[in-house]
Design a protein around this ligand. Structure first.
Ligand SMILES: *Cc1c(COP(=O)(O)O)cnc(C)c1O
Length: 387
């Protein structure tokens, strides 16, 4: 979509680097996911941590999504944007007392609790302020998401969730806590998962644990299966919208449930990744002994995923490609004083010159939110395409 004159002209007007968000694509993505979920009576809470830009959040809120938060700051932001408290969940392994109390006062829908000690703390704090906390217990299901080890969260060796060996105890602690109301079970096995078999394995574990609790007389109303659906980083134009039908279908087929059970999802990346592009300008072209470098005015301070998890992002030259264009392989790097500040190695591109615009695609999730001012960099700008 970036290989035409019109888009080049409009992007050339803006000061680089900036995030470019296609709100029309975001709208179509949100509508597709909502439609596929509604059909099966599934509920989606958007995981704010993927992108908490106000304009994007407002659009998501207006489509009827709930909010999945992992910090007190995200809970406050959700309230400000107008997500109803009864559609806000609060997860995370390290909730502070202050964050818990604020969330209790907002009367959010539920805390996703990650340890027995946290159950006891929430119970105590709720008692102090005369509230009752709804909680879902996060279970570590020991399912391998087969994704990058930094974004795999559901294995026994990960820090997330209550380990299986402690669930019996957790069930009895919950019964003894007068200010805690167990409403559900929570699972989240990782991110950027494109193999539907992973979700099928998750369903099998969810069924087992739901039965475990129900056999002990604890009724599980909410089954929260987390997020993690991946997107196509290689072919953003061919697959701009993930296959939500296929994704929800797995859960529809393999989760055991009755009409009284509610199934909740926490999608982040799948909703916002494809609508965002980092637009940057070539500052310098440099031929090394073995390599050709494109040095951009954006770096790991604007988009950290390549430096943090060797993530792939499609890199394109913006503007028309002539039939007789010559191509060259470049290492596309940023200006930051770190060798990991590299967006891609040996990337084939039409020959570039100083001043050309470069698009780094599929950057709407875990992009702008991870920006930092390391090297005292300026705050990143953004620009929206509405129609
Ligand atoms: C990060 C996270 C999500 C969202 O993950 P995506 O891969 O972006 O869908 C959902 N739930 C929890 C608990 C998370 O930590």
């Amino acid at each position: 979509m970036f290989q035409n004159k019109e888009i080049k002209q409009s992007l050339t007007q803006q000061e680089t680097p900036f995030y470019f968000y296609d709100l029309e694509l975001l709208t179509r993505t949100l509508d597709a996911a909502k439609k596929a979920a509604d059909k099966r009576n599934f509920h989606i809470h958007y995981a704010l941590k993927a992108n908490f830009n106000d304009k994007i959040l407002s659009l998501i809120q207006s489509k009827g999504y709930g909010a999945d938060c992992v910090s007190g700051g995200e809970v406050e932001k959700s309230m400000e944007i107008g997500f109803p408290a009864e559609k806000i969940t609060f997860a995370g392994v390290g909730k502070s007392d202050k964050e818990i109390i604020a969330a209790l006062k907002h009367k959010i829908f539920a805390f996703n609790v990650e340890s027995i000690q946290e159950l006891e703390v929430i119970n105590e704090l709720a008692e102090q302020i005369g509230e009752k906390a709804n909680v879902s217990l996060r279970i570590n299901p020991n399912v391998d998401a087969h994704t990058h080890h930094y974004i795999t969260t559901g294995l026994d060796e990960n820090k997330f969730g209550v380990p299986n060996s402690e669930l019996e105890k957790a069930a009895s602690v919950i019964k003894s806590c007068a200010h805690i109301n167990l409403i559900g079970l929570h699972f989240h096995v990782g991110s950027q998962i494109t193999d539907m078999n992973v979700f099928k394995s998750l369903c099998v574990k969810v069924n087992e644990w739901k039965n475990f609790f129900e056999e002990r007389g604890t009724y599980i109303k909410v089954i929260n299966v987390g997020g993690g659906l991946g997107v196509d980083y290689k072919n953003p134009d061919a697959n701009p919208i993930p296959d939500f039908e296929a994704y929800f279908d797995v859960f529809d087929k393999f989760l055991e449930r009755t009409a009284q059970h509610e199934v909740h999802f926490e999608l982040g990346r799948a909703l916002v990744a494809q609508c965002g592009t980092l637009v940057s300008k070539v500052l310098y072209t440099k031929s090394g002994v073995k390599k050709n470098f494109l040095i951009l005015d954006a770096g790991m301070t604007e988009l950290m995923r390549p430096a943090l998890y060797q993530a792939y992002h499609k890199i394109e030259k913006i503007g028309e490609i002539e039939a007789d264009s010559k191509f060259m392989n470049y290492d596309v790097v940023g200006p930051i004083c770190e060798s990991s500040d590299c967006f891609g190695k040996e990337v084939e591109l039409p020959i570039c010159e100083r001043g050309d615009l470069i698009a780094i695609r599929t950057a709407g999730a875990y992009g702008e939110v991870m920006a930092s001012n390391y090297n005292l960099r300026n705050e990143i700008r953004h620009y929206f395409k509405e129609k």
